[in-house]
Design a protein around this ligand. Structure first.
Ligand code: ADP
Ligand code: MG
Length: 248
């Protein structure tokens, strides 16, 4: 029995002449909050997309709870308990907060079309309301998502990722562009969710205060390669990381 939730082995992905991800291997343990940091263009989002079925890696192996998932599509991954948030907001602006969250819960029930034209509830309202309460969005439940502040939309995005009760969630820059108050809010909610449910997180983020205070372990990418791995304190004082990323 292993406590490894996500295992990456020798993942590589090129775009033309660019080695976006270059032979990356690491494991993520159950219940961990792992930070994935590095300069812009260092391959963080590409790596996520290789895990999440948006991209097929040129080589390497991705396992979730011991199962090979390379090339598996997002809805199949969702069924395996993998959730995600996107670097770009993925809410439908005209739809209410509630409907956006319900829709996310229907991800593994069918295609985009069947979701849009299917029954509006599918029994998911109660779960969606739980998520709305957890992220303290009750007062915004019936507002069009597009009318919310950017930070509030990021919370909706997180609520969407948690709808299916995932065991692993990958978050791509959840704090990007979020103001200080909402940032504290988001951090508190993620910490609490992790503590209550034992959910494993992998978080890409540039806000170092957010990363250093939330994450239990950090992996640093530069030019598609892992250049460091360790506790927040170890990463903060790692000369290679300071040179490649933190120093600038
Ligand atoms: P990060 O998320 O760390 O900022 P990305 O994974 O987005 O980095 O990008 C890594 C490298 O791959 C960059 O050089 C970027 O320009 C390139 N890249 C990413 N996606 C594509 C794509 N779809 N087509 C071509 N090049 C891409
Ligand atoms: Mg990115």
């Amino acid at each position: 029995m292993t406590d490894t939730v996500l295992s990456l082995r020798n993942i590589s992905k090129r775009f033309g002449g660019i080695r976006a991800v270059d032979d990356v291997s690491f494991d993520v343990n159950k219940g961990e909050i792992l930070g994935l940091i590095g300069p812009n263009g260092s391959g963080k989002s590409t790596l996520f997309n290789c895990v999440l079925g948006q991209l097929r890696p040129d080589s390497g192996k991705v396992q979730v709870n011991g199962r090979n998932v390379a090339g598996m599509r997002a809805c199949a991954l969702n069924k395996l308990g993998v959730g995600r948030t996107f670097q770009q907001l993925s809410v439908f602006p005209q739809m209410s907060v509630l409907d956006n969250i319900i829709l996310a819960g229907q991800e593994h029930h069918g295609t985009m079309l069947s979701r849009l034209f299917g029954p509006s509830d599918a029994g998911l309202t109660a779960r969606a309301d739980q998520m709305i309460a957890f992220f303290q969005l009750e007062h915004l439940r019936d507002e069009p998502a597009g009318a919310l502040s950017y930070g509030q939309q990021k919370l909706v995005d997180a609520a969407m990722a948690f709808m299916a009760g995932p065991s692993l969630v990958l978050l791509d820059e959840p704090a990007g562009g979020v103001n200080l108050t909402m940032l504290g809010n988001l951090k508190d909610r993620l910490e609490t969710y992790n503590r209550l449910n034992g959910t494993t997180f992998v978080i890409i983020e540039h806000n170092m205060e957010f990363v250093m205070s939330l994450c239990t372990r950090i992996i640093v990418l530069a030019e598609g390669q892992v250049i460091a791995e360790g506790s927040p304190d170890q990463i903060r004082s790692n000369q290679r990381v300071i040179d490649a990323y933190l120093g600038g």
